[in-house]
Design a protein around this ligand. Structure first.
Ligand code: AMP
Ligand code: MN
Ligand code: MN
Ligand code: MN
Length: 276
């Protein structure tokens, strides 16, 4: 069974509409799909309707931006009640923070000689409340500052670079609490991507588990083969359910296509055993 439980649409920083993400997933043979836009659930209704047409089992998802251990970290929520008031209020508070961060990013870029970035980035953000670094990166490519989005990240908008500004995201406790409170399953997104020491990763997993977190992404579009092996091992050790997803953002900007992630190995307990 082809399962992809991590994908993005234009409701956050993806390039396709929610319906087009689903259509592409269907073309790729996906049988179970979650749309997990950053800090936003507004694409889920359209995606669910399209999935019904395409005979795909659709799972409501969201990828919540948090700060943990001094780094921006992501917690995916799956199969929650999209009407839950506390979850929606929490996500709204993160979106408000994003708008303020974008203004500070634009000011920082202007200081380094590139004016007008907020207006430029907003042209790429169909959902202006969800403005993020990818929208800035697309604008900087458009005006010829870098050749591709990856280059903009590396040179301008990662820690230590001139357009990066620190930001107060939600906490791990808040994100897990909102997801569990809405009846969902909390998942540590792409753990291999965080530049934590081994011990700090264990601290994160311990704290996450203590808060009621149940799953980690073992297979991810942003994981190497070594990451898959390491996080399979940690899933077994901690008794976490295992999740898998492409982290698809769009045909031009992603390493792998929607549904292009490897399957979970048979000896792991899949996260969908916990779905309602
Ligand atoms: P933000 O949530 O606004 O801080 O933006 C984070 C998003 O930027 C991630 O979800 C990715 O879509 C994208 N991203 C992060 N790092 C990179 C990178 N090195 N190259 C390309 N895209 C990146
Ligand atoms: Mn993204
Ligand atoms: Mn992420
Ligand atoms: Mn993602």
């Amino acid at each position: 069974m082809i399962v992809d439980l991590h994908s993005h649409s234009r409701a956050s920083d993806g390039l396709l509409s929610p319906a087009d993400v689903v259509g592409r997933a269907a073309d790729n043979g996906v049988e179970m799909l979650a749309l997990t836009d950053h800090d936003e659930t507004k694409g889920l209704a359209q995606a669910r309707a399209a999935a019904g047409q395409a005979n795909i089992r659709f799972i409501d998802g969201v990828e919540i931006s948090i700060e943990w251990g001094g780094l921006q970290t992501h917690i995916v929520g799956l199969d929650f009640d999209v009407r839950d008031a506390a979850l929606n209020a929490g996500l709204e508070s993160i979106r408000v923070g994003r708008v303020a961060r974008a203004q500070r990013m634009s000011a920082a870029l202007e200081k380094s000689g590139i004016p007008g970035c907020l207006d430029g980035a907003l042209r790429y953000a169909e959902n202006p409340n969800l403005i993020g670094r990818s929208h800035f990166a697309r604008y900087l490519v458009e005006i010829g500052v870098c050749r591709d989005v990856r280059g903009v990240f590396d040179s301008f908008i990662v820690p230590g670079k001139p357009g990066y500004v620190s930001h107060q995201w939600a906490t791990l406790e808040e994100a897990v609490g909102w997801i569990l409170g809405a009846g969902g399953v909390a998942v540590v997104a792409h753990p291999g991507r965080y530049k934590f020491s081994r011990q700090k990763m264990r601290d994160l997993l311990d704290e996450f588990k203590g808060l009621g977190g149940q799953a980690i992404e073992v297979i991810s579009g942003s994981h190497s083969q070594e990451h898959c092996i390491e996080y399979s091992r940690l899933a077994r050790e901690y008794g976490f359910l295992a999740s898998c997803g492409s982290d698809f953002h769009g045909p031009e900007e992603s390493y792998i296509d929607v549904g292009g992630n490897a399957p979970l190995s048979a000896d792991l307990a899949p996260v969908w055993t916990a779905f309602r």
